[in-house]
Ligand binder design. Structure first.
Ligand code: UDP
Length: 336
């Protein structure tokens, strides 16, 4: 280890976390990763295997204690660890609340005991539910499923630790992050992994609904830059949206990927459009999205072989994996 500043990245072997590690190394930080490899993959950090300034700790964040050695001497903490899959949260709410909420509290307590200079939390735009667009940070919170609830409660814990204990924190609500290393295994969801694997297999893309719904896709290296800016700013206790603020329809994505389509039913609870108002992060941190959608998609197509091992989904396996979702979220609820 050299005498450089130290950053802890929870979930550093995951999709966004591993890009964060790359950016921090490029900026000269020594990096300590904690990742139990439940969603993350060792392969995402394989290029850093011989880097003496990168440490990988394979514990679960729920095993962290105040005073944990991993956090000693750390300046910055980037908290990405958690269960990221959306669909299985309807079947396993206990796991999601345990990891995404209580795991976050464990990270906060370890960071507090270590006296870190800043903690930045990876929050989810799913907290807004079926929101008015473009969506500002003050928009009412309305989680539609347990994943969204757990990520939002983690966010509330982060802000509470700032309010009560004076822990210097910022929160970033990420819209749809995409890019190399986006999840390639596990549960159904995350449209890029699904479509790239389908393209490799030469089977039709499973387009939800008529494909006119749009998402605010933001390229992963732009996401990592936003987190570094939120760590370096003297501002604390702030919540920032990040997206490209240029929603893209699923049909546009299909056009760029090129291939046949098959239509599948729309999931209840899914917004028709996500669109981040990014005025606050622009004004306060000077952050701008830099990678245009077409360029980001092109980069992923150049690396399409990375998705060879990903699960291949078709309308029938998607119907099976979303059965509880439809059963629960299609029910009419009684309003007061
Ligand atoms: N989507 C799709 N086919 C799939 C999976 C997703 O058309 O097999 C669409 C989905 O309707 C949504 C977008 O892709 O509009 C992004 O879905 P993802 O699950 O990646 O993210 P989220 O729904 O959480 O925004």
């Amino acid at each position: 280890m050299t005498g450089s500043s130290v950053a802890v990245v929870t979930g550093g072997a995951g999709f966004i976390g591993s890009h964060m590690v790359d950016l921090l190394r490029a900026c000269g930080y020594a990096v300590r990763v904690i990742d139990n490899l439940s969603g993350g993959r060792e392969q995402n950090l394989a290029h850093l295997r011989n880097d003496p300034d990168v440490v990988i700790d394979r514990r679960d964040i729920r095993s962290l204690e105040p005073g944990d050695a991993l956090f000693q001497g750390a300046d910055l903490v980037f908290h990405f660890a958690g269960i990221g899959d959306i669909v299985p949260s309807i079947d396993r709410p206990l796991d999601y609340m345990d990891v995404n909420v209580m795991g976050t509290v464990r990270v906060l307590e370890a960071a507090r005991a270590a006296g870190v200079r800043k903690l930045v939390y990876a929050a989810s735009s799913s907290c807004y539910g079926l929101a008015a667009t473009p969506t500002v940070e003050e928009h009412p919170i309305a989680p539609q499923y347990p994943y969204a609830l757990s990520k939002h409660q983690g966010e509330q814990a982060v802000l509470h630790w700032h309010q009560v204990y004076g822990l210097p924190v910022n929160v970033i609500r990420i819209f749809n992050a995409y890019g190399p290393r986006t999840r390639t295994s596990g549960a159904y969801g995350a449209v890029f992994g699904v479509f790239l694997r389908q393209k490799l297999a030469g089977v039709p893309f499973t387009v939800v609904g008529d494909g006119s719904q749009s998402r605010d896709f933001v390229y992963v290296t732009d996401v990592a830059r936003a987190f570094l800016a939120a760590a370096k700013t003297p501002r604390v206790g702030r919540v920032y949206n990040i997206g490209a603020s240029r929603p893209q329809t699923i049909l546009r994505l299909v056009e760029l990927l090129e291939g046949a389509v098959v239509h599948i039913p729309k999931r209840p609870g899914e917004p028709d459009c996500t669109w981040a108002d990014i005025g606050r992060i622009r004004a306060e941190l000077g952050w701008e999205p830099e990678v245009p959608f077409e360029q980001g998609v092109r980069t992923m197509l150049e690396r399409i072989e990375d998705w060879r091992e990903a699960p291949l989904w078709d309308p029938q396996s998607i119907a099976e994996s979303t059965r509880t979702w439809f059963a629960m979220l299609s029910q009419p609820t009684v309003e007061a």
